[in-house]
Structure formats: C-alpha cells, structure tokens
Ligand binder design. Structure first.
Ligand code: HAM
Length: 419
C-alpha cells in the first residue's frame, strides 16, 4: 500500500478506537455533571486567534502551527489548542453578557507540527473544559477536581498533579526582570539566550540536565507573588486539600502557552517516558482582552486523550474494547434474507445491539461470523423455520438451541439476554 497516513498521525480503528471513545467519555463525564455545556468550534481559525491568544513567543505559534492562505487570501491555522477558539466563540456569541461563569466543554482533534514520537503526535485528541467570567478560587479547585475525577474514573492510580501560580500583571513583570537578570549571569547557549530574551519564564521549562543544573539558584515566582495572587493561590490550595486532591507544588511549572495567569497545573504520568503530561491547564485572566473582549477572568484545562490511552496501557488497565453485539442473525436463503431486514430493524429499535451475516453465507461460514461477533445469542432463519414462523435461537455459551416464534422474537430475545 503506497498511501500512508502523514508522519506523526495515526488511524483509530476498531477495536482500539472504542478505547479512545471511552476515554473521551470518561474525561468529559465529570464536567458534564458540573454544568459545563458542549461547545464546538471550527478546526481552523484566523491565524490571529492563536498568534494573539497563545502568544508569539511560544513554540506552538513560532514553530508548530499548520498555517496556510486559503483561496480567498486569508491566513488560516488548523487549531493547535482549544482555549483561544473557545474564548473567541464566547465573545462572538455574546455569552459573556449572560450568566457567569460561562462553563463549556469540548472534545476534538488538534494539530501541531511537533517532532513526532511516542505520545507526541501531529494530530492528537483533547477533551477540554473552560469556565469564563469568574476569578473565584473555588472555580479553580472545581476544575482541577473535575480533571482528577476523569482520570480516577478510568481507574488510573499513578497520576500526579503539579501546581503553581504564575502571578498576574501586577507581580509578574517584576519577577520576569529578576529572572532575566539572573539568567543573564548563567552560561547558556545562544538559542536559550534568545528564548530568555523573548520570555525568560520559558527557560525554566527546559528539560536538559545541563540547563536545569544552572537554574538551581534562579528566583522563583512563588517568592514574588503579590498579595492578591498569594491569597488566591492559598485559597486554591486549601480547597484542593478539602477535596482530598493531592498535589505537589512545582514553582518551575510554566506551561507552553503565554496566556496563563495565577493558577497553573499539569497532570503527569510516570509510565509515559518523556511525554509525561497527560493534561494541563490554568487561569487565563487576560486572554479575553487580548482578543478584544472585556475583562473576563477564566480558567480551564485540556486532557490528552492519546496520552491517557497510553497511561492506561502503562498501568495494565484494559477497557472493554469490543463494540458489543448481543445478537447475531443468520439468514439462510433468499426468503430468510428478506425477513431478516425487518427483524434487524425491530431488534435494534428495541435497543438490542444486533448484527447479521451479510452476503448470503452458508451456515458454517455464518456461524463463524457469529462467534467472532461476540454475540450471546444467534438467531438462525432457514426456509423450514420461516415456514413454521420461528427462528432457531442459539445460546452461544451453552450451545443450546430452541425455536422461538417470530411473532414475539424481540420480547423473547430481550428476556434471554436479561437472564
Ligand atoms: P497543553 O498543555 O498544550 O494545553 O495540552 C494539553 C494536553 O494535550 C497535554 O497535557 C497533552 O496530554 C496533550 N497534548 C498536547 N500536545 C500533544 C501532542 N503533540 N501529542 C499528543 N498529546 C498532546 C493546552 O492545549 C491548553 N489549551 C489547555 C488549557 C485549557 N488551558 C486552559 N484551558
């Protein structure tokens, strides 16, 4: 086969595709129970949404965006993340004029031109939640708890939560200068110096041991928070403790997007190697204004579906993979095939997952299909059965076969499945 998926991407096919669906459902479930409504934005936006929203100094905007001019000459970008589009959508829809906070959740594919490796893809899936229009620290705690719940509901045991505050427009500038000055005294390579000049906080995120060693003595944001940010952060920590959410203070956690203020957090899983972040988020109190909106203090997160699936595998957790088919119908002969079309519809209308041997297969081949389908019951319809208005109902576990009147086959099947 000469045509393949592009580098850094992969297809989701059964049976593993069912695991991804389950992970999406589980990660979104807690937010849906907490008043978050579904939002869907286009997979592409005006490039300015990300350039202004995520920040020109970030790797995402500087190096990783899929950007192109459309046929009308507009600069378009495939979404690398969901927060800036959601804020754009809320402002465009005027939702900030109604009840606050506006609570929204989403799930979908995102695109970053990253160096592809296990756990890092160019097309990947996130489940996200955003709450716009409140600076209440209880909302920060709510969101962190919802994310932690999603992972716990899947059975993950060894996720860790890293927590930090990045300060705000009052205290961050002074911290930034102090950090800049301190970085200026270190022996850093040319590239890192350039990053430091653009955004010194980003250097803290450098994973290379030779850089980390040098960073040992640089000032930390936790020592520079203003009274408002300190109070907010202490309140969030207190609420998390009340909720029983364990966290580690990580004063060097900066995250890869420029919009963050105050609370920032990341969920990591140690079974994943280098790409250990399975989710992350934080406050973005200034993002609305960066997109020409009113002040709208907000917080949210996005959890990585692909990496959560890898984390489940690392912990040996198997979610049921099969899209279960409960009943398999085997029609033998033209008349039975005709009768089967409406029988399938009736069973499915009754909410019974049903499949059938298509293509006029003989009994032996069709029964192989029944075995593979994982169905608990098989209904065989031959000419003689049809003449007697019955189907043969075979219990696949015991092998026992009994005739069932076609007139009440749906009811009979339902009863047997309930046993
Ligand atoms: P992010 O940290 O860039 O944040 O992405 C969130 C999660 O998406 C990561 O923790 C990771 O699990 C997953 N992820 C990111 N890039 C990749 C990739 N290339 N391959 C596989 N998985 C990936 C955001 O996107 C923010 N919008 C989160 C947010 C929402 N902050 C506030 N609200």
């Amino acid at each position: 086969m000469s045509l393949q998926v592009p580098k850094g991407t992969y297809d989701l096919l059964p049976p593993t595709s069912a695991v991804h669906l389950k992970v999406r459902e589980a990660l979104a479930g807690p937010a849906r129970l907490a008043g978050y409504g579904y939002v869907e934005t286009p997979v592409f936006e005006d490039t300015a949404v990300f350039a202004r929203g995520v920040g020109e100094s970030t790797d995402i905007v500087a190096k990783e965006m899929y950007t192109f001019d459309d046929k009308g000459g507009r600069s378009i970008t495939l979404r690398p993340e969901g927060t800036a589009p959601v804020v754009r959508a809320v402002l465009q829809g005027g939702l900030q004029n109604g009840q606050l906070p506006v609570k929204l959740w989403y799930a979908g594919s995102f695109y970053r031109y990253e160096r592809a490796q296990k756990g890092r893809y160019r097309s990947f899936a996130q489940v996200g939640a955003e709450a716009l229009g409140s600076d209440d620290p209880a909302l920060d705690a709510e969101l962190v708890w919802l994310a932690a719940r999603g992972f716990a509901d899947l059975g993950l045991q060894t996720t860790r939560l890293l927590l930090n505050s990045l300060g705000d427009s009052e205290c961050r500038p002074a911290y930034r200068s102090a950090l800049s000055e301190s970085l200026g005294g270190l022996d850093l390579d040319e590239d890192t110096r350039r990053r430091a000049a653009m955004n010194p906080l980003r250097v803290l995120d450098d994973k290379r041991p030779q850089v980390q060693e040098q960073l040992a003595g640089v000032p930390l944001i936790s020592e520079h928070l203003c009274a408002g940010c300190r109070e907010h952060h202490d309140a969030v920590r207190g609420y998390l403790s009340d909720l029983g959410v364990a966290f580690t203070d990580e004063p060097r956690l900066v995250r890869g997007l420029d919009y963050y203020t105050r609370t920032t957090f990341e969920f990591v899983h140690d079974g994943l190697g280098a790409q250990s972040a399975i989710g992350g988020g934080g406050r973005y109190d200034g993002l609305s204004q960066a997109l020409d909106g009113p002040p709208l203090p907000s917080i949210g997160w996005a959890l990585g579906v692909d990496r959560t699936v890898l984390a489940l595998a690392a912990e040996g957790i198997e979610l049921t993979q099969r899209e279960r088919c409960e009943v398999y119908v085997v029609p033998l002969g033209a008349a039975a095939r005709r009768r089967t079309v409406s029988l399938l519809a009736a069973l499915r209308l009754a909410g019974i997952a049903t499949d059938c041997a298509y293509g006029g297969r003989g009994l032996k081949g069709a029964m192989k299909g029944a075995d593979r389908s994982g169905a608990r019951l098989t209904l065989v319809l031959g000419d003689r059965d049809l003449a007697g208005d019955v189907a043969q109902c075979k219990d696949m576990a015991s092998g026992e076969q009994t005739p069932v009147a076609l007139a009440d086959v749906v009811e009979q099947t339902r009863e047997r499945l309930a046993q």
